[in-house]
Design a protein around this ligand. Sequence first.
Ligand code: KDG
Ligand code: MG
Length: 411
Amino acid sequence: MEPGNGGKKVTIRSARGIVTCPGRNFVTLKIETDEGVYGIGDATLNGRELSVASYLSDHVIPNLIGRDAQRIEDIWQFLYKGGYWSRGVVAMTALAAVDTALWDIKAKLAGMPLYQLLGGRSRDGVLVYGHANGADIEQTVDQVGAYCDMGYRAIRAQSGVPGVKGAYGVGRGDMYYEPADAALPTETLWDTAAYLNHAPKLFEKLRDQYGPDIELLHDVHHRLTPMEAARLGKSLEPFRLFWMEDATPADNQEAFRLIRQHTTTPLAVGEIFASIHDCRTLIQEQLIDYIRSTVVHAGGITHLRRIADLAGLYQIRTGCHGATDLSPVCMGAALHFDTWVPNFGIQEYMRHTPETDEVFPHDYHFADGYLHAGEAPGHGVDIDEKLAAKYEYEPRQLPVARLRDGTLWNW
Ligand code: KDG
Ligand code: MG
């Protein structure tokens, strides 16, 4: 159809969730309109995929049929306020999928790439960071080198800790690190003292080897108490990290006050947040430097934009989560968001496997350390439903961690 439609209603005719497992599980919502234009949104919640699929089909989709697909804000408010039990991550992921699919439709109707509709380009490319993992420091140092050779300018570095089996972030020998590895959670070990002794050595070695310019990031994955996190942040200061991520659980946002008082290492948090209320104190008290929430788990483009705007008031920048359990649909939408958002910081980019990329054809591309959103109308990602149907759902959950004495710890 021609761009623009003179305000005419574009009716949602059907919607369905598509579950597929091209190497790992993904849930995708497809919304079709009576104009023949459709949109898709990512609805993947790692290890809990079917709960979102059922939330969509049982409780959300019946509410969409017959509505005007152009009324994104009203549909968002209807599902959020009207759902009453809002803000849970399952509900917010389902809501994000609807919102993303509707923005995709609106941009297709307008004949524009999504970033144009959001306000246009704020930058030429989206700085991304890749994941270098190794069983020990030597392997991680080599992996960082491999990412430098691929053109990355920012790299997250994680290393196995001597005597700690299955420490977070250690891959299984290839680029496609996938923590959700079994139908029932794998039990891993955690040893804070060993980790705190080890982590600064990794970054000392990386700075020795690669110099001061490359951006280095690190994910603590919620393993430390606030005071331990403060100590780690301090000990990493000489190595100038781009950020230290998820240093302590943010269930208690005020816990970050203590970390902040003790270290100038920049802090990032928020990949598991579902709403602006999960980070309101962190932002308003400037307790963090980067907010990690992304499209799929934080209520879609509509809500993520509100979080970013609040963060912008306090010079906090975005650093969207981009692990492989977020599908290319989320990545495509996030890249349009990143291309526009004024207070952009960085985008995580773990590459998907070729099987996943085949199921989700997309027009974003990597060059020289940056990802570039495509110029096709919409968010530029599609789903090949025939191919998706060939990959049946496989139950897989994330690991858990225990201390040496058996105490269950944060993963
Ligand atoms: O589903 C969990 C993963 O997305 C998470 O473990 C990855 O921490 C992560 C990151 O920073 O990408
Ligand atoms: Mg993380």
